[in-house]
Design a protein. Sequence first.
Length: 300
Amino acid sequence: MSNKIKSVFTIKDLENLSGIKAHTIRIWEKRYAILAPMRTDSNIRYYDIQSLQKLLNVATLNTFGYKISTIAKLAPEKIPILVKEIISSKSLTNHVISNFKLAMMNFDLALFATTYTSLLAEKSFRSIFYDFFMPLLEEIGYLWQTGTISPAHEHFISALIKQKISANVEKLQLLPPTKTDRVFVLYLPEDEIHEIGLLFVNYELLLNGYKTIYIGESMPLNYVKDVKSYFDDITFVTYITQQPTIEDINKYVSNITTDLLDDDSTRLYIFGRTAQYIKPILLNDKITVFESLPSFSKTL
């Protein structure tokens, strides 16, 4: 059975994945024979997965101060060995993210797992998320928009990141909460399925000793409201990426204010890029909008 993975890349794909401008890639090809592109019948460059791997390794060496003229003189098999030697003594975010991107492009679970495990030897999960997973997710959004990757690639890597968050959440859930004056209820609005941000907010709250109730994605407000009959002093937490839309976000916040924030003790935290479109007149001391996950973590 063959794996139908993306194995042919344009020079624009290489630029998007490596961060090296197409113009620079062409210069490296012409002057130093760093890559040897194949060509279509109409003389358009295209590259295989080995070319992508080599370019990412060359970019790593170049970041560490190796001149392209020096790299060009190395035997091809020496380049990945040298990269491994460098990153064994120095931490390089770009190289780690490159590994995660390669794992994504090849649907390579083993590469993702070994890269993640090597990070755990030196860093906490929280640091890994902020230092590597967040920049990776930002890049993935761009790669998807430019057509460099398919939705299958995005879902593959997102599922792996969600697994890691969930595994760490499970460990924290075994510990009794140390702060019990308030319960945080986390949910995504109806038809919203982008869960990574909310999962990590849950992790941050648990890590800081709070009690959380995670009810997950695509929840109508009337179902969310049911939780109020079980707990007092609730802070609802939601993460809005695509739903409700920019056009509907203000109506949604108005509905939350009426349906959920109808007493003196209930609060609401809102995350996500759509939150910036909420009209200031709808905000009050019961509603807190966070611009980013780091800004939220500083409040804990």
